[in-house]
Design a protein around this ligand. Structure first.
Ligand code: CP
Length: 335
């Protein structure tokens, strides 16, 4: 695809060669993301970081990524703090905000709302998560992390064995990740969820059509016994009619060090898009995994900065100028 000036709304825009290009640029961004170097290639540019639904990582890492490229960030957080709460349409909001920004990242609780917003925007729009639909930049950073984590074992993405665990129905990160994985070869993917929260049928069909082996189960222990990646997800409480309904599923698939030691292979990588629900009744990835070297969740979150820098640089067509505006940092860094 031609990235320059494009919206990023769904991972289905990408072919495998596009992913390779994003990852090459993300690798190039590593010293900037780790604060060893800075660049001013986007000096004067403005990111409109529009988050109409709660976020920690996506909002802040998109903002940091833009700052690290030398640009400025303007934000709004929460529908109640925006004119959407006064009845303004997504169309009007997009027309107005795209007059203030060079590029926009948007998150919104309704599926396909970001595409609706983008259709009225005068600048490129990146989907920061639209309801239960998609989270393209998260899927890119997840796949980038998978690639990095299995490299030490001499593996690539093709032929991997992956378990996806938790609320697969409402988790937009796993929807986007599965669609991306359909571009790869000979994967074995086990979907671990209660029947009511299983992966949607069209996504399973897409994976099977791509030639992957897909297994559906609600048994955690046997599913994680022979996998390269155990990708856990949170029960998406905000997508349920009530907290009580979500409580029925909370804590069903807890992974802790004892279960890991008993069932997982020694190199199984543990991933989670975060936030993990660390409340006692959920504890989906127990704190006793924190010292496990295969717990990749914080490296995964860190990788979001590289990948998001790559997207900005490619869409705003400055990849070839990053070096020209770069210099080492002046301050102490330990990363
Ligand atoms: N992974 C993710 O989307 O996290 P936030 O909700 O904190 O942005």
């Amino acid at each position: 695809m031609d990235f320059v000036g494009s919206h990023i709304l769904s991972v289905q825009q990408f072919e495998r060669a596009d992913i390779d290009r994003i990852f090459t640029v993300a690798d190039m961004m590593e010293p900037f993301a780790r604060r060893q170097r800075v660049t001013k290639v986007l000096d004067g540019a403005i990111l409109g970081n529009m988050f109409f639904e709660p976020s920690t990582r996506t909002r802040v890492s998109f903002g940091c990524a833009f700052n690290l490229l030398g640009g400025e960030v303007r934000e709004t957080t929460g529908i109640q703090n925006s004119a959407l709460a006064k009845g303004e349409s997504l169309y009007d909001t997009a027309r107005v905000l795209s007059g203030y920004s060079d590029i926009i990242v948007m998150r919104h609780p309704e599926s396909f709302s970001v595409a609706e917003f983008a259709s009225a925007s005068r600048v490129p729009v990146l989907n920061g998560g639209d309801g239960a639909n998609e989270h393209p930049s998260q899927a890119l950073l997840d796949l980038y992390t998978i690639r990095k984590e299995v490299k030490a074992a001499g593996k690539g993405i093709d032929n991997l064995r992956i378990a996806m665990i938790g609320d697969l129905k409402n988790g937009r990160t796993v929807h986007s990740l599965c669609k991306l994985l359909s571009l790869y070869k000979n994967l074995s993917i086990t979907m671990v969820a209660p029947e009511e929260l299983q992966m949607q049928e069209d996504v399973v069909e897409m994976l099977r059509t791509a030639g992957h082996h897909v297994y559906i189960t609600d048994k955690l222990e046997e599913s994680i016994s022979r996998v390269d990646i155990a990708y856990s997800t949170r029960i998406q409480e905000e997508r349920f009619a009530s907290k009580e309904e979500a409580d029925r599923y909370r804590g069903r698939f807890r992974l802790n060090q004892s279960i890991y030691t008993q069932y997982c292979e020694p190199n199984t990588v543990i991933m989670h898009p975060l936030p993990r629900d660390s409340r006692m009744d959920a504890n989906e990835l127990d704190n006793d995994l924190n010292e496990n070297p295969n717990l990749a969740i914080f490296r995964q979150a860190d990788n979001g900065v590289n990948v998001r820098m790559a997207l900005f640089a490619m869409i705003l067509d400055v990849v070839d100028q990053v070096e020209q505006y770069a210099r080492p940092v002046n301050w102490y860094t330990k990363r």
